[in-house]
Design a binder for this molecule. Structure first.
Ligand SMILES: Nc1ncnc2c1ncn2[C@@H]1O[C@H](COP(=O)(O)OP(=O)(O)OP(=O)(O)O)[C@@H](O)[C@H]1O
Length: 782
């Protein structure tokens, strides 16, 4: 760097061209070589020789508007107008430039020069060409590898041709797709070679063009320097022959550059075309390869089949026996024998359907006759059997009467919505014996179990039919017997339906009251009938005929003269059928019920309808005292199933507790224990006289037909069988003979009491006398 007065010179490699402002302004001073190109002419020398930002592509017919040319012209024009003075190697070259114009001119010239340098510094082809070439080389290598593979396949395929088969071998050599493919690949290679040589040629062309360009650039530069040195850049300098020469040189330079750009563009376009062709060829090659493989697979398959077949033929031919003519003759003889017998058989077969038909008809007639005989026999046997059964039942009943067994009936309720959809949950698990109405079979998946009871009612039995079966027992109340009927079973099994029933189809309770009332009216005796209704709810006795049953808690008490009673219990005399209905309705209304998972209207208490019947024969003065207890027990329930909680849970616990006490009492009676735990619950305490042998007792077991209630049904039936085997002793009739001495003929004496109770039996009992039973005469037990 060289300093001279107020100006500063910037040194350049070959020649020093320094611009000095007329005004003293260092900030605008610079050299042609001093910096980076302007923004719009930026040259990236790092990027592998590729000029990125330059718009180099000149096009035909657009020479005048070429941006580089335009910029250079602008730069020179600006230089002409400038007021700057230029110095070359320290000598003033006498030009004056404008400062701003000088900046523009200087930057433009710098950018222009850098572009040229960048392009000339890179003799190798541009990157995209290199990449294309690389790709081609890779492809050629891949193709070579493929060719090698295919050649190997071809070698192995040759082995597949059946040996010794000249014709086949020839055709294999000629026609295989592999051969064709190889040929095709060779063509491709040749074409590729050609293309590569074309590219190389283009490159060498480019090289020479670049050389020319460089030479011209150098000349241009030298000329420009001379022009500046000689002060030709003045307005008056236009039309100067040197100036003209410069212009010519510039134009020639421009032309050469454009030619170079065109050639480069053409080369790029050609490259692209070549690349596309190569890609197409690659695709074709892959397709051909796939086709080839498929063909080979088929060919191999076919060859192996052929090979197998020829092997078989050889084996068969070898194993073919040699035929002996005499053996053949004998074989032919036996064949003709077989053919004759076949003819005979054919004829027989034709006749066979006819003879079979006749035979079948005859056998059918015989079977029919036999069936009729068996049916007749069956009917006879059935009649005998039912006679026997009736007799057995009668004797059994008599035995039961004598022993004082509790009779046990079972009623199966019909399918209800709580059982679920019968198609999903399965049909009934209970089956009935058509020959014996005392047997119920419970079908479980693993086994079936028979339960023997006194009577089994299927789900089709109506309320009336049910009552008809118990009406005999109820009528014995008029004769002075104590009768007790329980309904027992799991919750939702139909106890309330049987005992209470809906108002439109009442159950045993209402029918019994009505029956007693009607019987009493039809009799010559005079009967007083009184009824009371109570429930045991959470171990509390509540009077259901009391207007306020909830706040009316009652207790069981022992009378001084013996016998249990419930003081304060309302007893309503029955004088009409309306009163019967009213009693039933009030009892139904006041009873505690609630909805549970198992039953929409579940009874949450044990309900007792107590009817006392006092009879008087006005002719003889005889008196009878009968009592009927009709008990609708609350249903046992599995809390896990009913999911009861709160009040429902407490109710369920009390119900289950009292039912378990009932079970204990039955067990004690069955096993003839000296102590029977009646007092363990209000229920057993109240029913003590009905269970203790002074009563005709019937238990109606209620069961559900649904499989989901199977275990509860089995429990109920097992309990029923235990109850059935308990012997309580014969029931006694309460008859107080009048002093008029004439035996009663108005009412027939009870038929079902056989024998007189033993002194021990009567001695142990606490006869339950109605409150009103205070008439004259002696009380007798029969
Ligand atoms: N024989 C029957 N015919 C028609 N419906 C019946 C029969 N038996 C029971 N049902 C119906 O089954 C449902 C349950 O019967 P019910 O209320 O009598 O059972 P439950 O044993 O008294 O139950 P809980 O112990 O919970 O009081 C009722 O809807 C009832 O109408």
């Amino acid at each position: 760097m060289d300093k001279s007065g107020e100006s500063e010179e910037v040194t350049q490699t070959n020649e020093d061209l320094v611009a000095v402002p007329e005004a003293d302004d260092d900030s605008t001073r610079g050299s042609f070589d001093s910096g980076v190109a302007t923004e719009d002419m930026k040259v990236d020398l790092e990027s592998d020789g590729v000029v990125e930002a330059m718009t180099l592509s000149g096009t035909d017919g657009q020479e005048d508007s070429h941006p580089r040319k335009r910029k250079r012209e602008e730069a020179f024009k600006a230089a002409d107008k400038s007021k700057w003075s230029y110095k070359l190697n320290g000598q003033d070259i006498g030009l004056a430039f404008d400062e701003a114009a000088f900046q523009v001119a200087r930057e433009n010239l710098k950018g222009y020069r850098y572009q040229l340098q960048a392009r000339l510094a890179k003799p190798r082809p541009p990157l995209h060409m290199q990449q294309q070439l690389k790709k081609k080389e890779d492809l050629i290598n891949t193709l070579r590898e493929r060719i090698n593979e295919l050649e190997k396949i071809l070698e192995s395929n040759k082995d597949l041709c059946p040996s010794g088969d000249e014709e086949n071998e020839g055709s294999c050599e000629k026609k295989t797709p592999t051969r064709e493919l190889l040929h095709f690949i060779k063509q491709l290679e040749e074409e590729n070679e050609e293309l590569t040589s074309q590219v190389r040629e283009q490159e060498s062309n480019n090289k020479s063009l670049r050389k020319d360009l460089r030479r011209l650039e150098a000349e241009l530069y030298r000329c420009k320097c001379q022009l500046i040195e000689n002060g030709i850049y003045t307005e008056a300098g236009a039309g100067n022959p040197k100036d003209k020469r410069i212009k010519e040189l510039e134009e020639e330079n421009e032309r050469l550059q454009l030619a170079l750009y065109k050639t480069e563009d053409k080369a790029a376009a050609r490259e692209l075309e070549l690349w596309k062709q190569t890609e197409d060829l690659k695709l074709k090659l892959i397709d051909a390869e796939i086709q080839n493989m498929n063909d080979w697979a088929k060919y191999r398959e076919w060859m192996s089949l052929k090979h197998e077949a020829s092997k078989k033929i050889v084996v068969e031919q070898r194993s073919k026996p040699t035929i002996d003519p005499t053996a053949l003759q004998s074989l032919q003889d036996s064949l003709s024998v077989v053919q004759t017998s076949q003819q005979t058989l054919k004829k027989l077969a034709e006749l066979l359907p006819l003879s079979v038909e006749t035979h079948v008809k005859e056998t059918g007639r015989q079977v029919h006759r036999a069936l009729l005989a068996v049916e007749c026999n069956n009917k006879e046997l059935q009649a005998k059997y039912s006679r026997e059964m009736k007799l057995r039942k009668r004797f059994h009943n008599q035995l039961v009467e004598l022993r004082g067994n509790i009779r046990v009936f079972c009623r199966v309720r019909p399918w209800i919505k709580e059982d679920g959809d019968c198609k999903i949950t399965g049909s009934s698990v209970l089956t009935f014996d058509p020959m014996d109405d005392g047997v119920l079979t419970v079908a479980n998946k693993s086994r079936s179990q028979d339960f023997e009871l006194d009577k089994v009612f299927n789900c089709d039995v109506s309320q009336r039919q049910m009552f008809d079966e118990v009406s005999d027992l109820i009528s014995s109340v008029l004769d002075g017997y104590n009768v007790c009927i329980f309904a027992y079973g799991q919750t939702g099994s139909g106890k309330t339906h049987t005992m209470e029933g809906p108002p439109e189809d009442p159950g045993v309770n209402q029918r019994a009251l009505k029956f007693l009332y009607e019987e009493a009216r039809a009799s010559a005796w005079h009967y007083d009938i009184e009824a009371s209704v109570m429930e045991i709810y959470n171990e509390q006795i509540r009077d259901l005929l009391n207007p306020d049953p909830i706040n009316n808690k009652l207790e069981v008490k022992l009378r001084p003269e013996g016998g249990l009673h419930v003081p304060g219990l309302v007893r309503v005399p029955v004088h009409s059928l309306d009163e019967v209905n009213e009693i039933s309705e009030q009892g139904r209304r006041n009873r505690a019920t609630a909805a549970t998972n198992m039953n929409e209207h579940s009874s949450r208490s044990h309900c007792l309808l107590c009817v006392t019947v006092t009879g008087l024969n006005s002719v003889t003065g005889d008196r009878t005292f009968g009592r009927l207890n009709l008990v609708d027990l609350a249903g046992s329930e599995r809390v896990s199933k009913s999911q009861a909680d709160g009040a429902r849970l407490k109710e369920a616990q009390n119900i289950n507790k009292s039912l378990s006490s009932l079970g204990d009492v039955i067990n004690a009676l069955k096993n003839k224990h000296s102590h029977v735990p009646y007092r363990n619950s209000k229920l057993t305490y109240l029913l003590q006289e009905s269970l203790g042998g002074d009563s005709k007792t019937l238990m109606i077991l209620q069961v559900s037909p649904a499989e989901k209630n199977l275990s509860e049904s089995i429990c109920t039936l097992t309990f029923g069988q235990r109850v059935r085997s308990a012997e309580l002793g014969a029931a006694t009739k309460r008859l107080e003979e009048g002093n008029k001495g004439t035996p009663s003929s108005a009412r027939r004496p009870p038929q079902d009491t056989l024998g007189t109770p033993s002194s021990q039996q009567t001695g142990n009992r606490t006869p339950n006398l109605p409150r009103s039973a205070t008439g004259p005469g002696k009380l007798k037990f029969k």
